[in-house]
Write a protein that binds this ligand. Structure first.
Ligand SMILES: NC(=O)c1ccc[n+]([C@@H]2O[C@H](COP(=O)([O-])OP(=O)(O)OC[C@H]3O[C@@H](n4cnc5c(N)ncnc54)[C@H](O)[C@@H]3O)[C@@H](O)[C@H]2O)c1
Length: 352
């Protein structure tokens, strides 16, 4: 890649993943253009406001340029890509909550599905060679993972079926199950991104995230599991556990390891790929276990209330099978353990 072409376009640049990717590529010597309109504050109220991060990025990096643009603005997106002709596109802007999607179905679909199409088509016209990475989600599998036979342990559920001992692979089925409207809009974006790889030969990639986390998250009850849980613990707020006895399991990956993977993909891109990207089995934890872990760090007992019904379509146990991603990118690995993740979120929240 020649020096003058090392411009990256990152959407959702003030969010958890976008901001980490901005930091990563700025440090790597790229010019980074961020797109964000702080719609997270509109979705979640003041707790979701990401302006603090936009300011931090602008102060930290001379070569970071913020663009106040809505990914639904098709003409605006096309004009931006026509002007920049970026060498890398990372699409992390989204309506990210499955509970909220049911309340705002048009916003959800227009941001998640149409916004992705706006970017893909603008990329095809103006930056066809650029690797294009979509932050997809494990919700594309809907609640089908709940059909796997499970074993109940003292503090967590786990897969009883040995076929899933390593977690959920990319070949897991995506239909005939309940997705939530969010899962459906993200699946539309995911399939469309694959299609731009297959139909036009573009180097597109869908990262089906587990729980993506880290100290950069503006965590709220409806989105940002660990970040919100730590916030509740430190502030003595009541945390609501929805169903599954609090033994539901999530795999957690630090946003830095997500950024490191995007870098690996940008160096050796492939067309129309799909990867499950989470912390894997080693970084999996249940809610009850997370309560213990944060209480050990903060010295504060978690205040929580158990609500008998689970969230619609919520996974009982989910961790990503990382074998495909490791096979394709053997130099990439998870570098941040669960302990690191907890320590960093705790430290960041304690100092805010
Ligand atoms: N955080 C997770 O646990 C997780 C898990 C799986 C998948 N993902 C996916 O990863 C991506 C990034 O997630 P995140 O946790 O960083 O989310 P986030 O909410 O922290 O960041 C998203 C950013 O996009 C911006 N945005 C929203 N709508 C926009 C619009 N219409 N135009 C421009 N900007 C807009 C928001 O203001 C926010 O700053 C999303 O696609 C999400 O679905 C996240």
């Amino acid at each position: 890649m020649s020096a003058q072409r090392r411009a990256a376009l990152i959407t959702g640049s003030s969010g958890l993943i976008g901001s980490e990717v901005v930091d990563y590529f700025c440090r790597d010597g790229w010019t980074v253009h961020g797109v964000d309109n702080n719609m997270r504050a509109d979705y979640f109220g003041p707790g979701g406001d990401t302006r603090w991060m936009q300011r931090r990025l602008s102060e930290a990096h001379q070569d970071f340029h913020h663009h106040e643009l809505d990914v639904r603005d098709r003409a605006g997106v096309e004009a931006l890509l026509a002007g920049l002709k970026p060498a890398l596109i990372v699409h992390a802007a989204a309506q990210p909550s499955h509970d909220l999607a049911a309340l705002r179905p048009f916003d959800d679909f227009e941001v998640n599905a149409l916004g992705t199409l706006n970017l893909l088509e603008a990329a095809r016209r103006h930056a066809r060679e650029a690797p294009f990475v979509l932050l997809s989600t494990n919700k594309v599998y809907g609640d089908a993972p709940n059909e796997i036979a499970l074993a109940e342990h003292a503090t967590r559920w786990d897969y009883a079926d040995p076929a899933f001992a390593e977690g959920i692979p990319e070949t897991f089925r995506v239909d005939h199950c309940k997705h939530s409207l969010f899962g459906a809009s993200k699946l539309a974006a995911d399939v469309m991104t694959q299609e731009y790889g297959r139909t036009f030969g573009m180097n597109t990639c869908c990262l089906r995230g587990g729980c993506l986390t880290g100290p950069n998250h503006s965590g709220v009850e409806l989105h940002g599991f660990l970040s919100y849980l730590v916030k509740c613990n430190l502030e003595g707020r009541l945390y609501k556990v929805y169903g599954y006895q609090g033994k539901q399991v999530r795999d957690n990956i630090h946003s830095l390891d997500v950024a490191r993977f995007i870098h690996a993909f940008a160096q050796h891109p492939r067309p129309g790929e799909v990867y499950n990207l989470g912390g894997g089995k080693d970084n999996s934890i249940s809610i009850l276990e997370a309560f213990e872990r944060i209480a050990e760090l903060s010295g504060k007992k978690m205040q929580y209330e158990y609500v008998e019904h689970n969230r619609d379509g919520d996974h009982i146990c989910y961790y990503s099978d990382l074998r495909k991603i490791r096979r394709h990118y053997p130099a990439w690995s998870i570098t941040k353990s669960l302990d690191d993740v907890f320590r960093e979120i705790h430290a960041a929240m304690s100092s805010r």
